[in-house]
Design a protein around this ligand. Sequence first.
Ligand code: NAD
Ligand code: UDP
Length: 330
Amino acid sequence: MSILVLGGAGYIGSHTVDQLIERGYDVAVVDNLVTGHKAAINANARFYKGDVRDKEFMRNVFQQEDVSGVIHFAAFSIVPESMQSPLKYFDNNTYGMTALLEVMNEFGVKRIVFSSTAATYGEPKAIPIKESDPQVPTNPYGESKLMMETMMKWADKAYGIKFVALRYFNVVGAKPDGSIGEDHHPETHLLPIVLQVAAGKRDQLSIFGDDYDTPDGTNVRDYVHVLDLADAHILAFEYLKDGHDSNAFNLGSSTGFSNMEIVEAARKVTGKAIPVTMAPRRAGDPSTLIAASDKARETLGWAPKYDNMEAIIETAWNWHLNHPNGYADR
Ligand code: NAD
Ligand code: UDP
């Protein structure tokens, strides 16, 4: 039986597909390549090019594959874009989940591991953020993902489709051999932009705000390595396969790094100056986001291997050095 990975050509999806294959799973990928790259998909996975919202296409895939469960990464995820084009997010993300659950129910597929996000919590009332804390998103992206969680909750009650919602904090790094990595267009995330400056592809980094209530005034975030994240998806899939009930887990390191600390660490790893200028705050940025991640460790047995920021940045830098133009050069 196969695991169906939706969005398996994207940054996190491609690393998870790669890890699933390395561990001997049979994997099929669905992706419309709207932001993903065909070259990122492990050659041992079967690839179906198409859209999750296209139910006829999805029925075809479920007919061809004997699907034991779904891992669902396929979504849009740029916060500022979601503020400008909210309906684009509710269509692709939220409606995508409606269509998917409908087809899963038709085919009697009862397991889904879902990419949720810290953005479902909004501005936290307390740090570290626990899974039981209120989810009050401050942007349409986070809202679209919270709606997807809610849909899964009711689809579980009505149809018995069991889910694990994995609420990621900031995902960084790449497979250490440099063969796959992060290649978004446009790139909006802090670390890849920092490394593009180090590689001479941008002149400087703008840091969005230095007047937050944090030790150095810049935002604090919780970073998790993409391979540790991939590992959590495999554990979550096995958790459902073992017959456990639906659940939600934060995935973070429980350690915070300020934006300036990330720049300092990247300067050490790359040996480059990485010029920065201070810019106004970015709309919707909470001051500090740090996960309580003990639930995933205790319940799933998740044991992240990457706990050193410089070692994490090293893996991302290796990808940048190997692929200065991302997947365009493959
Ligand atoms: P990504 O854009 O690299 O990957 C998303 C993949 O889904 C792409 O390959 C894209 O082509 C595909 N896709 C999108 N809509 C589709 C559709 N309708 N049908 C078929 N394929 C479709 O993004 P990523 O950074 O790998 O993030 C993956 C998931 O993780 C997203 O759902 C995102 O919300 C979530 N997430 C990411 C982060 C992060 O730091 N990158 C943090 C929290 C949550
Ligand atoms: N950030 C920044 N300059 C950039 C991109 C990001 O200062 O060019 C900051 C952003 O304001 C936030 C942190 O880096 O404080 C992480 O942002 P990112 O978009 O990587 O992830 P997010 O926390 O929004 O999911």
